[in-house]
Design a protein around this ligand. Structure first.
Ligand SMILES: Nc1ncnc2c1ncn2[C@@H]1O[C@H](COP(=O)(O)OP(=O)(O)OP(=O)(O)O)[C@@H](O)[C@H]1O
Length: 848
């Protein structure tokens, strides 16, 4: 049975069900050659990072803060990054615990640089090998002691078997020396400065081997980067992912190379790197077009009682692995300006990355307390090879760390999803695994013992004495130890022939007895010492657990203090931010205030100007009005004078006429019984047209009349009014009590209806009348009686009513220059009566 990271034991799984650790997320900023002022990234503290977006045209700015386990600023070297990020994983690996490290970020943000580094400055991979081999150097198993069983497990072999495999391998290498990588890749020089660090507290009674595998996931297919290929051969065979008997996922049939020193490991890694698919893109001249997974496995098994061979039972073989994943860039295709094949690759990359995000999101949601239904959503690990391969990690077979790589030159919108991915990941918890402490019932220190024996004996297998471990065996203890190993007196020299000699036989028997006795004594001593050591170890263990307890409580206190400090730092940061934003607001308000004030001043000035203009205009118009008034007044005055003169002249003429008439009358009076005694004078005047009526000279019939009796009468041959048209139907609107005029020229309307009061419109519409005549009676300026006939057409309207349109006025005047006429008297009386009774009645014009 094979175990990865001590996970498979069911009991172990059960005991850790409630113990979970969050995924630890780190962030690294790629340095830029010169300070970029437009950078939107700000490292706030060791664990906090802020990104912000400058105000856009609408004035809105955005900022976000993210907290991670640690932020590596651009000034932190590969060395520092490895110590914080990689070294703890290597330590766990050596203790039998598996880990996964994912580098995530936009293209060109430094993922490959952090993982791989370059010739001068190694990344996590190279430094990890240095630490691994520094630590296991003295406990390394012979090459081929462990061989992969192709089912994600390892078979353990004896030293002899390992030697046979080694010989075969050497033979194969010699045979294929002309077709190895060297020829293809031109050989790789490893010139590097090793990382000098060693993990000390590892189990010395086990033998260790290191295996590496290197695969890439391209277009959702898994390819082996360490597969032996001959010249011109293209890697066509993709590998499949399988689940082993312990539920761990692995790439089936992948080439697992055993490496015995850092240089060999790094050489293989670099060969694999040369096969990795890269291409120049807009963002990176050597951009990874696939996700690469480099896995280091430590296989260990305890030494048997002799301390020479490992126990060849699979259930004692422990496998732990460290998977270093360099994910392809998560950039947007428009930003990377990819086309054609690169675009297709980008599609594949984005699909697998978004599935990774999706898995983490569902994991988080399943774990979060807000999942009230308590129904775990299925996690789509199988959707992409990337997540499928690491399914067991997400389910708790090892710890997970994520490194978010960012480039300070990236935009806010590009950084936000990357940093949000980190934030989601840091909220996901995975089961905690602890290395299984195996007690196989053998006495500890077996390796020490064999090393010391071998120190004095030529090594049969390697042809050179194995040097004891400097830090384990002290010189003085060596003597004591060797003296303990003295098995009694030397055996007497004896030949086969001597066996027949009773004495010599007896001597040998005695010596052997003594040795047996000595051996029993030694065994007793050993048992006693073992018991003592065990008791001592129990005591130490007890002390150790006490100390651990103490350390643990101190750690809790320290963590509490750190948390408090963090809270204070956050508060300070928030307050600083608030102050800054308030200052910004104040500045804005100040500038707005100034703007408003200046606006107000300019408006006031404008207002003053307008009112001054208005006053000026008013003054001008007043002057004009006065001038105009004066002009009008003068004009009116002139007109008045002209009219007065005209009237004066007319008056004079009339007076003259009257005088003539008087003279005529007097002359007629003097004629007795003359039929023309009475002079009828009728003047018809068309007021509406205002045209002078043609004068007709009427000669008096009396032949005797003299020159003075000749007179001019106006329109004595009366024109018949239209009102007399017998075809028309008239409405005659008379005063209620008309004054009898007693004239000869009465208007005659045959077809007419007389009304005295016109209050109802139906009176006009219902009688079929087409003409209307309003008669009024009164006196003129001279006090003569006057009757007026206002004539109008009745026009039927569409709405059923009628419209009265006046178009003519006939005036009938009675001039009674011969004395007071009865009509005039009647009119006066009538008018007085009307005035008395008709209070509030409308005047004629209004009626019209
Ligand atoms: N911390 C650093 N210090 C110095 N140089 C760096 C650092 N990080 C990255 N670079 C340089 O930036 C360039 C791009 O880095 P790298 O290839 O690691 O990016 P990437 O994230 O792996 O890109 P892609 O996803 O496209 O493969 C390389 O030339 C690398 O040397």
């Amino acid at each position: 049975m094979k175990r990865v990271g001590c996970r498979p034991a069911a009991s172990h799984k059960k005991s850790n069900d409630n113990e979970k650790d969050p995924i630890q997320v780190y962030c690294r900023l790629r340095p830029v050659e010169h300070t970029v002022e437009s950078s939107c990234v700000k490292v706030v503290s060791e664990t906090d990072l802020q990104i912000y977006c400058l105000p856009n045209e609408r004035g809105t700015s955005r900022e976000c803060q993210f907290s991670y386990k640690k932020i590596f600023s651009q000034y932190e070297t590969q060395d520092m990054v490895f110590q914080d990020l990689g070294l703890p994983l290597v330590e766990q690996l050596l203790k039998g615990k598996s880990s996964l490290l994912l580098a995530y970020g936009i293209s060109g943000s430094g993922k490959s640089y952090t993982m791989t580094g370059n010739q001068e400055d190694d990344g996590i991979v190279g430094r990890s090998f240095d630490v691994i081999f520094n630590s296991i150097k003295d406990y390394q198993a012979r090459k081929f002691t462990f061989k992969p069983d192709k089912l994600n497990g390892y078979d353990a072999h004896s030293v002899e078997e390992a030697m046979i495999f080694q010989a075969k391998d050497i033979k194969n290498k010699v045979k294929n020396s002309s077709t190895t990588y060297k020829k293809k890749d031109g050989g790789i020089d490893i010139l590097r400065v090793p990382f000098n660090y060693k993990v000390t507290n590892i189990n010395q009674d086990s033998a260790y081997s290191v295996f590496i595998s290197y695969v890439e996931i391209y277009h959702n297919y898994v390819y082996d980067l360490l597969e032996d290929v001959s010249d011109g051969e293209i890697r066509l065979n993709s590998k499949i992912i399988r689940e082993d008997s312990n539920g761990n996922m692995y790439v089936h049939g992948v080439n697992e190379q055993e490496v015995v020193n850092p240089n060999e490991a790094i050489e293989s890694f670099r060969k694999g790197q040369l096969r990795k698919r890269t291409a120049p893109t807009f963002l990176n001249t050597d951009s990874s077009r696939s996700h690469t997974v480099f896995t280091v496995r430590i296989v260990k098994a305890p030494l048997d009682i002799d301390g020479l061979n490992v126990i060849q039972d699979k259930k004692y073989t422990v496998v732990s692995q460290l998977s270093l994943v360099d994910l392809a860039g998560s950039e947007r295709t428009d930003k990377a300006k990819t086309t054609g094949q690169r675009l297709q690759e980008a599609g594949g990359i984005n699909n697998s990355l978004s599935n990774l995000k999706q898995c983490l999101r569902i994991l988080y949601e399943n774990q979060s307390s807000s999942n009230l239904r308590n129904i775990a959503e299925k996690i789509p690990y199988r959707t992409s090879r990337l997540t499928h391969l690491f399914k067991s990690f997400f389910e708790g077979s090892g710890s997970i760390r994520i490194l978010i790589c960012i480039n300070s030159l990236s935009k806010y919108s590009e950084l936000l999803p990357v940093l949000q991915f980190g934030e989601i990941s840091s909220n996901v918890k995975v089961k905690r695994t602890t290395p299984l402490l195996m007690d196989i019932g053998l006495i500890p220190g077996r390796r020490k013992m064999i090393d010391m024996q071998l120190a004095n004996t030529p090594c049969v297998f390697e042809g050179k004495p194995r040097t004891p471990l400097n830090n384990i065996v002290k010189d003085n203890s060596k003597d004591t130890y060797l003296s303990v190993l003295n098995l009694g007196p030397p055996l007497p020299e004896i030949n086969i022939d001597d066996m027949l000699d009773e004495q010599k036989r007896q001597e040998l028997i005695n010596a052997l007895d003594q040795r047996i006795k000595r051996k029993d004594e030694l065994r007793e001593v050993l048992i006693n010492q073992s018991n003592e050591i065990r008791a001592h170890m129990v005591l130490l263990e007890f002390n150790n657990s006490n100390s651990k307890q103490e350390v643990y409580s101190l750690q809790i206190l320290r963590d509490q203090d750190i948390n408090k400090i963090k809270q204070y730092q956050n508060k300070v940061f928030l307050l600083e931010n608030e102050i800054a934003s308030l200052k910004r607001k104040l500045g804005l308000l100040d500038s707005e205030n100034k703007k408003l004030k200046s606006n107000l001043n300019s408006k006031e000035n404008m207002l003053n100007q307008v009112s001054a203009d208005k006053d000026l205009l008013k003054q001008r118009y007043n002057n004009k009005i006065i001038k105009k008034q004066e002009q009008l007044f003068k004009g009116l005055k002139d007109k008045w004078k002209v009219q007065e003169n005209e009237f004066e002249i007319k008056l004079q003429e009339k007076k003259l006429k009257l005088k003539h008439i008087k003279n005529v009358a007097e002359s007629i009076e003097s004629l007795p019984n003359h039929p023309s005694r009475r002079i009828l004078k009728q003047t018809l005047f068309d007021e509406s047209s205002n045209k002078p009526v043609p004068y007709v000279n009427i000669e008096l019939s009396d032949s005797k009349q003299n020159e003075h009796t000749k007179m001019t009468l106006k329109n004595l041959c009366p024109r018949r009014s239209k009102s007399c048209d017998p075809q028309e139907c008239w409405i005659e609107h008379k005063p209620p009590a008309p004054i009898p005029l007693n004239t000869v020229m009465q208007p005659k309307m045959k077809n007419c209806k007389s009304v005295t009061n016109l209050t109802d419109a139906k009176t006009v519409t219902n009688n079929g009348a087409s003409k209307y005549c309003l008669m009024t009676q009164g006196v003129d300026e001279q006090g003569n009686s006057e009757a007026k006939l206002y004539k109008a057409d009745i026009i039927q309207t569409m709405g059923g009513g009628a419209q009265i349109v006046f178009h003519d006025i006939e005036t009938l005047k009675q001039d009674s220059s011969l004395g007071c006429s009865p009509v005039k008297h009647c009119v006066k009386m009538y008018n007085d009566e009307i005035r008395d009774h008709a209070t509030g009645s409308d005047d004629l014009n209004e009626k019209c």
